[in-house]
Ligand binder design. Structure first.
Ligand code: PLP
Length: 395
């Protein structure tokens, strides 16, 4: 059988084709020299190194974040791990917030120290104290990793003051999974590298797992070498789905921002609710920072019920609109009782120290639901259990 070359494509398709190829051919030795050796013509070589569909979505992601360059990864965690492996060396000292995503903390505490990285962790609950702690390490730190808003309390960080506290040479990375553009533009605030779980708002359909890193070319090139070498890549179809989703990011964020405020205000006014953590509410401890940094507050709301863990479970069980599931940024509304999901292995003392009572619930609004339906559903479940009609309602 002779080798079969792809059919000539139409050249006037508005959308680019999706490339699914494990490798790329060269016509002859000159083509290898031009495409591979001196790179005077664009050409692929092998599927782990590049793919035109990645390149297209990476360009769009750079435009979105105002970055020089971007890379897509197999997951948000793959983007984080690749960044830290690429940017850190044995002996480097790093800082991260105690409220960072659990698996990112695991990377800092259980993986990076194996390679000689020294880790300092401080809470961002008190934003001033965090800055003081970081400032006290000035001259010693190589990298500060931030995440905002944090989960479940939606704490924020005064990023510009962190930059001022550490000086211009420290690398600032920031996990912006909860606050993608247009809600927050991390790179405009002194951040060097913004990281995303694209599984969340960026892809926005709950149907892919992917990650993104965006920043200066010089940093991204370091990450690229690690991605090329270790292979945490997406396939062409996943890159296509991400690229397609970016068309609606602004619309989706506008919708969940509006839904978030409405549902958060409803919850704040409900007698069964002890407190609500939502950056758009004046009652949020970091409301002022939210006004300074965020253009919208997203669709994730954490609230504490004036109820036991069992009663809280009854409320969640009675809900008909949300799926009981861990994620956010999807079309569907999702809900998780924090002490049954993320913190199910924590002792009472540990829960007290991180400020997560057993009546804590995280609600991630989905743009395919109507806000009136969500509020009605929450109201019936809360009122039922509050009235004592629920099986174990006691106090
Ligand atoms: N960062 C945050 C804030 C997250 O919530 C998650 C996942 O839940 C990640 C990073 C990791 O992303 P992924 O699940 O795409 O690996």
């Amino acid at each position: 059988m002779t080798k079969q070359r792809p059919q000539d494509a139409y050249t006037n398709s508005i959308e680019s084709p999706t490339y699914q190829s494990a490798s790329y051919y060269f016509n002859n030795a000159d083509h290898v020299k031009d495409g591979l050796h001196n790179r005077s013509v664009p050409a692929g070589r092998y599927g782990r190194y590049s793919n035109p569909t990645w390149i297209e979505v990476e360009n769009k992601l750079s435009e979105l974040s105002g970055a020089e360059s971007s890379l897509v990864f197999a997951s948000g965690m793959a983007a984080h791990v690749t960044a830290f492996l690429a940017l850190l060396e044995a002996g480097d000292e790093v800082v991260l917030p105690s409220e960072s995503y659990r698996q990112v903390r695991n990377v800092f505490h259980h993986i990076l120290p194996k390679f000689g990285v020294v880790v300092h962790e401080f809470s961002i609950r008190d934003s001033e104290a965090f800055i003081e702690n970081v400032a006290a390490l000035r001259g010693r730190i190589k990298l500060v990793h931030l995440e905002m808003p944090s989960s479940p309390h939606m704490y924020l960080i005064d990023v510009a003051r962190v930059r001022a506290a550490v000086g211009p040479d420290v690398i600032l990375t920031l996990d912006s999974s909860f606050s993608p553009p247009p809600n927050y533009y991390a790179l405009q605030w002194g951040v060097d590298l913004v990281l995303f779980s694209a599984t969340k708002y960026l892809s926005g359909h709950g149907d892919i797992v992917a990650g993104v890193a965006s920043g200066r070319e010089e940093l991204i090139e370091k990450l690229r070498w690690y991605r090329d070498t270790t292979g945490p890549i997406v396939d062409g179809n996943t890159a296509f789905l991400l690229r397609r989703s970016l068309y609606t990011l602004q619309l989706r964020m506008e919708r969940v921002n509006a839904m978030g405020l409405e549902v958060a205000r409803f919850l704040e006014g409900h007698p069964a609710v002890e407190r609500v953590y939502y950056n758009g509410l004046e009652s949020h401890p970091h409301f002022k920072l939210a006004q300074q940094y965020l253009n919208g507050f997203g669709g994730v709301i954490t609230f504490e019920l004036r109820m036991s863990e069992e009663q809280t479970a009854e409320v969640v069980d009675r809900l008909r609109v949300p799926f009981m599931a861990s994620n956010f940024g999807a079309p569907h509304t999702l809900i998780e009782q924090s002490t049954f999901f993320t913190y199910f292995e924590y002792s009472d003392d540990e829960l007290v120290s991180i400020g997560v009572p057993r009546g804590t619930v995280r609600l991630a609004l989905g743009y395919s639901n109507e806000v009136a339906d969500i509020i009605k559903d929450l109201d019936q479940a809360l009122s039922h259990v509050l009235s004592g009609a629920g099986g174990s309602a006691a106090s």
